[in-house]
Design a protein around this ligand. Structure first.
Ligand code: NAD
Length: 492
């Protein structure tokens, strides 16, 4: 069990129950004989309160750059300090693009699905999507959040999922999207999945709409193997998956990038339990198991994982959350420390009934960029582009008919007004008038067969509109290789 190598790991105790669960995981790793030089670093609430609006001080960033491996407790974003979550900042700073969350039936943790063999891994894209956090108030009461999905970002995480499946001998990868509604963002993710799947002929590719995935999780979760999905979808369904196998007290995760990996429990800082020595540390201990596999400490990882299984199976140390689920004795439930002592005492034992399935979440090899068109600089030059027109978003109290007449007057020969829409629905020309939120989009397009509008013509149009209205945003309407790079409005 003695490791040949010493490892350096940045440990961030974090907020709320964070210090208790990280202490527990560190104790277990050390008791398993893994030699780690811990660099303790700060992030989260206290850092925000000191006036660092990122929540992640530069010493912490430096430590992570040195060690490239992080074990972290949950971080809180105190209300009124900073705008961004320090968790999201850490994931983005170190481009940990794959958030891997296993959900496996555990011995001694009864659930509705016990015995069905739930053993899945959710691979969630971790940097893009609505989590890019690009939000703008368009008017005093209309907010907008940009959903950014890139081909490169999608390729990286989807390749990660297929490589993970290949490495672990898993047989199916399900891609979960809302491509039926968001064709250019979620649809891009789905297309990349379909393009990449033939490179992995031994793995069954499947695409399901995310709402159906939620439905299937509740009905028959054992059918899933690996699920790869975009950021917000993944956030929600991975919490759902934790609920299937015992709850947040048991849900582990790893955030993997090309350089850095960050291991953390799925749960947050659970402030009401902070400092009470009652929280279940299993989630962070199992995240530490993922970390040990990342460090190549496979034997120690198996030892710790087995000790957790033995502890749960024996029922000798049951934390409050589990006692609550099983109708057990909450008064006499095991403390965080007591449970950790029990896991340490069980190091070296094997469970009588290990969970079914693989559950061995080893890191996939860092995906090597392949010569896909998204990466080859000269490929971009081969794509034909055409500027078709512009969408201009406008705040207005006018009636639709008056606004449209005004915008028609502002349009010139190079750009005619095609439609006026409200929140994606066409309201002019035509009869449909939905409930106004005082925010409209005028779509201006070059006349059929006409030349592309010039920059000067677009600016002149904006100038004419701006002289009479408050415009809030402009979007270029482009076609790539003859395909529209924009959607039509409902009702068009
Ligand atoms: P939470 O996960 O902290 O707690 C919700 C509830 O889940 C708790 O009240 C408790 O009943 C249960 N729970 C969570 N972890 C448990 C454990 N280990 N053992 C037993 N029961 C457990 O979620 P929240 O209350 O919504 O968030 C609190 C704070 O944590 C917020 O500031 C939030 O932003 C932050 N947060 C951080 C992370 C992270 O660091 N990765 C993740 C989620 C939330």
């Amino acid at each position: 069990m003695t490791a040949a190598q010493r490892h350096r790991v940045t440990v961030i105790p974090g907020d709320g129950v964070g210090p208790e669960v990280t202490r527990s995981a560190v104790r277990v790793i050390e008791a398993a004989g893994v030699a780690v030089d811990w660099e303790e670093a700060e992030a989260g609430a206290e850092v925000f309160r000191r006036g660092d609006s990122s929540g992640v001080p530069s010493e912490t960033r430096d430590s992570i750059e040195r060690t490239r491996v992080v074990l972290k407790g949950p971080l809180e974003t105190p209300i009124g300090f900073g705008e961004k979550s320090a968790n999201v900042t850490l994931r983005k700073l170190f481009e940990t693009y794959a958030n891997v969350r296993p959900a496996r039936e555990l011995p001694g943790v009864p659930t509705r699905y016990a015995g069905e063999g739930v053993d899945m891994v959710i691979v969630r894209e971790n940097v893009e999507d609505l989590y890019a956090g690009i939000e703008h108030m368009q008017t005093p009461d209309v907010g907008q959040c940009l959903k950014i999905i890139s081909r490169k970002g999608s390729e990286k995480v989807i390749r990660y999922a297929f490589e993970l499946a290949r490495r672990e001998g898993r047989t199916k990868v399900t891609c979960a999207t809302k491509a039926n509604i968001m064709k250019l963002t979620e649809g891009l993710f789905k297309r990349v999945f379909e393009e990449m799947a033939p490179e992995y002929p031994e793995i069954e590719p499947e695409h399901l709409i995310i709402d159906n995935v939620a439905h299937q999780f509740a009905k028959a979760p054992a059918q899933f193997d690996i699920v790869v999905t975009t950021n917000l979808n993944g956030d929600i369904i991975s919490d759902l998956a934790s609920g299937l196998v015992g709850g947040l007290g048991f849900a582990a995760s790893g955030n993997y990038g090309a350089e850095v990996a960050i291991f953390e429990a799925v749960h947050g800082s659970a402030p009401k339990y902070a400092g009470r020595d009652v929280i279940n540390p299993t989630a962070l201990i199992l995240s530490a198991v993922m970390m040990l596999r990342h460090l190549g400490e496979h034997a120690a990882a198996d030892t710790v994982e087995n000790a957790v299984f033995v502890t749960l199976e024996s029922g000798a140390a049951v934390t409050q959350d589990l006692a609550r689920q099983t109708g057990g004795d909450i008064e006499h439930a095991a403390s965080t420390t007591g449970y950790t002592d029990a896991v340490i005492a069980n190091l070296g034992r094997r469970p009588a009934n290990p969970p079914r399935g693989r559950g061995h979440v080893r890191p996939a090899q860092s995906p090597t960029p392949r010569p896909a068109w998204s990466y080859a600089a000269d490929a971009y030059g081969r794509i034909s582009r055409r500027l078709v027109g512009v969408d201009v978003m406008i705040e207005s109290d006018l009636s639709v008919a008056v606004l449209a007449a005004d915008l028609e007057a502002a349009a010139g020969p190079a750009l005619r007004l095609e439609t006026v829409t409200s929140r994606g629905t066409k309201i002019w020309p035509g009869e449909v008038v939905g409930d106004s939120v005082r925010w409209y989009t005028g779509r201006f397009v070059a006349p059929d067969g006409g030349a592309e509008p010039s920059e000067g013509e677009i600016l002149a149009l904006l100038g004419r509109i701006g002289a009479r209205h408050r415009w809030t945003q402009v979007e270029r309407l482009q076609a790539f290789d003859g395909q529209d790079g924009f959607t039509k409005a409902a009702g068009e």
